[in-house]
Design a protein around this ligand. Structure first.
Ligand code: C2E
Ligand code: MG
Ligand code: MG
Ligand code: MG
Length: 287
């Protein structure tokens, strides 16, 4: 019966659905085909040592080149991919492609970097994440310490034994863990201790208005100190200006990522940048 009424149901929906819901439905349909049609691409953004501008890592950021629509930013489609479950195959593709590319750069003799991949909480829950990571590392022959998984605070706050046990096993495999957008969710400091996280990423919303916003400056300073006390690396996101660089250097934050150094770029461009190894060392020394 459901099959018979499919057509009229569809018509009913298209007539009464608001424009937003319709657009979501169209995005979801587009997403279903995007993988096999090879419409996704990864861009890479350098992570840079603040003291000398050396590139020590990259973050892989997905891009969707949607036919007849152009580039769709991840903020527009990741949540839809999560709700539809498509985040699992898409997330696997991201990890596989990022690791393959990292190994390719290594084989080409470029300076070794750590590749950071965003892991949605939903992907973590629904996918057999241990099996995925294991097979991706085997396939790419990338050493596990060159892969970093960016987790969200919401995942860590779940406190489910299942989540904790999976994270422990990922650590045991030698993969690095970082907490993305640190400070924007429920930061549980207890988990930082239990989890053997390697790195905190200070959210860009705290970086944007330093040094003049004294509250943001205090938060950034506190996270840097927390990192130092717990022996965690701290990286600042959204570093856009020389003033940001100056403030972060003075606060002893050691790693930065942001437009000041480089926007996310396609693999080919990243390879060219990586072959030079350093980004704007002069500007940094002048800071
Ligand atoms: P995120 O993981 O926090 O990534 C950082 C975002 O900040 C990226 O946006 C990046 O382009 C942007 N950004 C970098 N430097 C600067 C800067 O100096 N100033 C400003 N204003 N922005 C900067 P993007 O690429 O649009 O990605 C947005 C979000 O989408 C990401 O935030 C992440 O949560 C999600 N995302 C991206 N790729 C993936 C993916 O492969 N898988 C999953 N699950 N999520 C992804
Ligand atoms: Mg991230
Ligand atoms: Mg972030
Ligand atoms: Mg974000």
């Amino acid at each position: 019966h459901a099959k018979e009424s499919g057509r009229s149901t569809y018509r009913f929906f298209t007539e009464t659905m608001n424009a937003d819901a319709l657009e979501r439905l169209q995005l979801e349909n587009g997403l279903r085909q995007a993988l096999e049609r090879e419409e996704f691409q990864l861009h890479y953004q350098p992570q840079v040592s603040l003291s000398d501008g050396r590139i020590i890592g990259a973050e892989a950021l997905i891009r969707w080149n949607r036919p007849e629509h152009g580039m769709v930013p991840p903020d527009r489609f990741i949540s839809i991919a999560e709700e539809s479950g498509l985040i699992v195959p898409i997330g696997r593709w991201v990890m596989r492609e990022a690791c393959r590319q990292t190994r390719e750069w290594q084989d080409a003799g470029l300076p070794p970097i750590t590749m950071a991949v965003n892991l949605s909480a939903l992907q973590f829950r629904r996918d057999d994440i241990l099996a995925t990571v294991k097979s991706v590392l085997e396939e790419s022959a990338l050493a596990p310490e060159h892969l970093e998984l960016e987790l969200t605070e919401s995942l860590l706050m779940e406190n489910a034994e299942d989540v904790m046990s999976k994270l422990k096993q990922l650590k045991a495999m030698g993969v690095r863990l970082s907490i993305d957008d640190f400070g924007t969710g429920y930061s549980s400091l207890a988990y930082l201790k239990r989890l053997e996280v390697d790195r905190l990423k200070i959210d860009q919303s705290f970086v944007r208005d330093v040094p003049h916003d004294s509250e943001d400056a205090a938060i950034v300073r506190a996270v840097v100190q927390l990192g130092r006390s717990l022996r965690l690396e701290v990286i600042a996101e959204g570093v856009e200006t020389l003033a940001h660089v100056g403030f972060l250097s003075a606060e002893n934050c050691l790693i930065a990522q942001g437009y000041y150094y480089c926007r996310p770029v396609p693999a080919e461009t990243f390879g060219e940048i990586l072959s030079k190894e350093f980004l704007r060392p002069r500007a940094i020394h002048a800071a």
